[in-house]
Design a binder for this molecule. Structure first.
Ligand code: PLP
Length: 241
């Protein structure tokens, strides 16, 4: 019994050290102007606290219910980023605290985010999610949809959201050239939107792209935010809540 307990403890210690080590390694590779979002989806609050104790304050989640459950259990100075698909009627669960929504993919969602932000007396920062990969399953808008959104009269009346940049996910592939080309496309889209719609707005400056397997390419191609999960917390199995 006692031996098992000690073994368990040592195992936990090893695990804690691993997260701190992974974070230290990433911070060494990621330049200071790039924000590291540690993607904690499927991991419980105790695991998140290991990263927190290693100094990490920015965390990303992709399920509303999971985020709404974890947030009250964790320190108030954590910056929560929402990175998953978001249904308009679910925004209310995260509107009181969410720092940045990466996944705006419709005018309807933006309007609802504005409404919920207003109820909470807040302005919520948002990114426009672009479909840059080849999978049809990945969410996000194309250039024409984004143009329509930014030209819509309803958009111009929104005072409780701020579009601060763009987000995209590359195709899940080993083809580095393809991944690079997709990130380059997102960067080009960002530049065009910046000059056409946001040239007077210095806060429009974020490009969220790059995950555990492709973040070095993303940084080379201009990412200002990377979203990294498994390289910090380990491979996800099923839901660990
Ligand atoms: C899960 C997820 C990530 C992180 O993926 P890893 O490969 O574990 O780094 C990044 N972005 C989004 C949108 C995700 O859903």
């Amino acid at each position: 019994m006692a031996v098992a307990a000690v073994q368990t403890f040592i195992l936990i210690l090893t695990f804690m050290n691993q997260i701190a080590q992974n974070l230290a390694e990433l911070r060494r590779k990621i330049p200071p102007h790039v924000t590291l979002v540690s993607v904690s989806k499927t991991y419980p609050p105790t695991t998140i606290m290991e990263a927190y104790h290693a100094g990490q304050r920015v965390f990303g989640e992709n399920r509303i219910q999971e985020l709404a459950q974890k947030q009250p259990l964790l320190p108030a100075d954590i910056e929560w980023h929402y990175i998953g698909h978001l249904q308009s009627n679910k925004v209310k669960y995260i509107a009181p605290f969410v720092k940045l929504i990466h996944s705006i993919d419709s005018l309807k969602l933006l309007i609802n985010t504005d409404k919920e932000a207003q109820k909470n007396n807040r302005v919520i920062d948002c990114l426009l999610q672009f479909h840059i990969g080849e999978e049809t399953t990945k969410f996000g808008m194309d250039a024409a949809e984004v143009e329509a959104l930014l030209n819509a009269a309803e958009y111009k009346n929104l005072n409780h959201i701020r579009i601060v940049g763009v987000m995209g996910m590359a195709t899940f592939t080993d083809n580095q050239q393809q991944i690079r080309a997709e990130f380059q496309r997102l960067h080009a889209i960002f530049q065009r939107l910046k000059s056409q719609y946001f040239s007077a707005l210095p806060y429009f400056k974020e490009i969220s792209m790059g995950m555990s397997d492709d973040y070095p390419i993303a940084i080379e191609e201009g990412a200002t935010i990377v979203r990294i999960g498994s390289a910090i917390f380990g491979k996800r199995t099923t839901l660990k809540l």
